[in-house]
Ligand binder design. Sequence first.
Ligand code: R5P
Length: 332
Amino acid sequence: MFGNGNNHKLKIFSGRANRPLAERIAVDLGGALGRIDIRDFPDGETSVRIDEDVRGRDVFIVQPVCTPVNQHLMELLILIDAFKRASPARITAVLPYYGYARQDRKDKGRVPISAKLVANLITKAGADRVLALDLHAAQIQGFFDIPVDHLYAVKELAKHMRSLNIPPDELVVLSPDEGSIKKALDFQKNVGGDIAIINKQRTSATEVKQGHLIGAPLDGKTVVVYDDLISTAGTIVGAVRVAHAHGAKNIYIGATHGVLCGKAIDKLKEVSRDCNLTQIAVTDSVPIPPEKMLPNMKVISVAGLFAKAIQRIHGNESISALFSDESPAEKR
Ligand code: R5P
C-alpha cells in the first residue's frame, strides 16, 4: 500500500488513542492502516504485536497523547519500541495532540519540565522524526534533537469559518488570554475582521479569572473566541461570557484540541444556553466521544492536513507549502 512497488513504502499504523483519525488519514492517502495487535495484559500492561513486515519501510505511527494521557503515552513508547526492533527505514511519531505540553518550564521551585521529559522519552524509544499539530508552545520543538514538523489547524478552522459567510466588517476574533494572541492573529489573518484580547489570570489548574478587554469593541459583532485547546473549558467559557457581557451579537468558538476534561461539557452547555453560543468548532485531533458531542459542536477533520504532510515527508518534499498565506479576500 501507499507505494510504487519499492521496499521503502510508506506504512501508517495507529495506536488506540484516535484510530478513526488514523483511518481517515490512511484513506486520504489511498490505502488502509497497517495491521497491528494492541491489547492490555491482565495487570494493565500494554502488549503490542505488529502483524506485517515493516523492514525497510517508512513507518508513521499516529497516536495523540490524550486522555487517558499516561496510558496513551506509554502505548506510544511501546509502539515505537516494537517498530524500532522490526528494522523499518524510519519511524515518525505522528502526534495530533502533544500531552504534557503545558508543563514546559520551571515557573516555580521544585517542579518538573514534563514537556521536555516526554520529548526525551519519545526520542529515546526510537522515533526518528515527529509530526505534531498546534503544539501549545512552538518552542517545544526545541525539546527534541530529532526533526519536528509542526502543523497548524488554523487554515482548516478558518476555512470552516469563512464558509459561514460572515462579512469581515462584522467579525472580531477574540483571544481568551495573552498567551493565545499569536494564534488568534494568525486566525484573524485567515478570516479577516478585527482583533481583541482578554486579560486572563489563572488562579488554579481549574479556575481562571477574566479581566479587561483590550482591542476592538464587541458590541453588535460576531465574535470568534479562538484558542489552541479547550481543556476544563474555564478559559474559553470565561471569554464567551466576557463577549456576551460586551454585547456580542453572535458568538463562536474555534479551537484545535477538544480535550474537554472535568466539567468542560457542563460548562459549555451552560454557556451555550446563557450566552447564545452559536457554535463550538474543534478538530478531530483527539476523539470526541458521543456523550461529549453537543448539538452546537462541529468537528473539523485534520486528516487531510496530516495526509498531505505525511506524503510530503515521505517524498522528501518541503511541507512549508501547507502554510503559505493567502489573504482572506483571495480565499473567500
Ligand atoms: C492557555 O494557555 C491555553 O491556551 C488554554 O487557554 C488553556 O490551557 C485551556 O485550559 P482550560 O480549558 O482548562 O481553561
